[in-house]
Design a protein around this ligand. Structure first.
Ligand code: GTP
Length: 415
């Protein structure tokens, strides 16, 4: 194949077991990127969005989880999408840019003209074909997907300033202490292969600085603890910040939804966003029913084909029910994620909650959260194999795996 032919490789950063700690207890059982949102693993949403990129030849997932954790998923999604998807395991975390650089030889095997790079823990409509078009028009080394957020929340993200006419990135500050801008980095990028030279440059600079440092052994010991390893390169602080204003990076603003998925509460919110997107993208995945032959369905609901839902249950909106779950007569489910093998017995109510694998909710019980997705106890989370006995109320709690609850609990973390 000639090098002038357009080819695109997509890379999704999935992190590893030491990342995503705010997602506990749900990430105790499953790597966070495989946690289901709208019935599909979190990473499935960016992967299926990549399928819409013209000239896409390969998708890589890069992380430092064990290979076996992704084996099954990667082989089934490759078959389903008819695009090769491969998991590449780092021996240790190299940072968001270092991870990409570490596998440059694999990525360049296909001789891509552009590399799409995505954080797996963002939820958006992934307007990748439009982003790619904009990137080609700008002609820079990289283009960043940008979203407008409230001024109060902007400091949780990478804030940036762009030229209103050319869209060039002029200034970038990762989680700044003082307000810079309400435009933030969405964690979705397109780069030309020149990104590898930029990462190599940062790494070389670090090596040079380390060699040139002429300090006493005490100072050397002190600075060694502060200095990052030469092969650990962060995309935001080490690449985007220094390259801003140098006519190499550009921005493309999306007006669609965008959220970050750092906590279980946000996974419930993002599950709702993906379910509502299914109306336009995959309507066949949404359940329907009016209570005659199957349960009454309200709003956007996903039910795995192997789940058994009694016709006298009422489900929705924003409910996703995973494999082999059993939902009894008279059950009411609102805004919740019911994971594999859960049983919800007759007349129980679950609202603003995530119910962990193999858990059981007793008859006439209530498992509920207040519905503030950003608060620590804003939703109720039951870890794996939790039993809520009959007629018990659980409100705004996080319950670790294998607990049995037989009395009312409220605003508690049950260890
Ligand atoms: P936090 O708020 O600190 O979680 O940061 P962030 O959202 O800015 O995330 P960060 O830059 O740490 O990570 C962005 C994405 O890259 C996430 O999907 C991470 O899982 C992933 N990531 C971060 N560090 C590494 C790494 O060393 N290797 C790999 N493969 N992925 C990483």
């Amino acid at each position: 194949m000639g090098s002038t032919q357009e080819r695109v490789v997509a890379v999704i950063l999935v992190g590893g077991p030491t990342k995503g700690t705010r997602f506990r207890p749900l990430s105790l059982n499953i790597p966070k990127p495989l946690f289901p949102l709208a019935g599909q693993p979190m990473v499935h949403h960016p992967i299926s969005a990549c399928k819409r990129i013209p000239h896409l030849v390969q998708i890589y997932l890069i992380g430092f989880y064990e290979e076996r954790e992704f084996l099954l998923y990667v082989s089934s999604i490759s078959n389903e999408l008819k695009v090769p998807v491969r998991y590449l395991r780092e021996d240790k975390p190299h940072g968001s840019a270092g991870g990409l650089y570490n596998f440059r030889d694999f990525i360049m095997e296909d001789n891509p003209s552009n590399i799409v790079m995505l954080n797996c823990d963002v939820c958006c409509s992934f307007p990748l074909p439009d982003l790619l078009e904009a990137h080609k028009r700008y002609g820079g080394m990289g283009t960043i997907l940008v979203s407008k957020v409230s001024a109060e929340s902007a400091n949780q993200f990478g804030e940036l300033v762009a030229d209103p006419v050319t869209n060039e990135l002029l200034h970038y500050a990762e989680k700044p202490e003082t307000f810079v801008s309400d435009r933030i980095n969405c964690g979705v990028y397109i780069f030309t292969p020149d990104i590898f030279s930029a990462i190599q440059g940062v790494s070389n600079e670090r090596k040079d600085r380390a060699t040139m440092r002429r300090v006493s052994s005490f100072e050397a010991l002190q600075s060694a603890t502060k200095t990052l390893p030469t092969d650990f390169v962060r995309l935001d602080q080490d690449i985007l910040s220094p390259l801003a204003g140098k006519k190499q990076l550009y921005t493309y603003e999306t007006l669609d939804f965008w959220e970050q998925i750092k906590t279980p509460g946000m996974s419930l919110r993002c599950s709702a966003l993906y379910l509502s997107q299914f109306r336009y993208t995959y309507p066949h995945l949404l359940a329907s029913g009016d209570g005659t032959k199957s349960a009454t369905i309200i709003g956007d609901v996903y039910i795995h084909p192997s789940a058994k839902v009694h016709p006298l249950a009422k489900i929705g909106p924003n409910v996703s029910i995973s494999a082999n779950a059993r939902i009894g007569a008279g059950v009411r489910l609102i805004s919740c994620i019911i994971l594999d093998d859960v049983e919800v017995k007759e007349h129980a109510l679950v609202i603003h909650s995530i119910v962990g694998w193999k858990s059981s909710i007793g008859r006439w019980s209530r498992v509920e959260g207040g519905g503030d997705y950003t608060a620590k106890l804003g939703i109720t989370i039951l870890g794996e194999a939790v039993t809520v006995e009959d007629e018990v109320v659980v409100k705004n709690c996080i319950v670790l795996p294998n607990k049995t609850l037989n009395v009312r609990v409220q605003e508690e973390i049950i260890l």
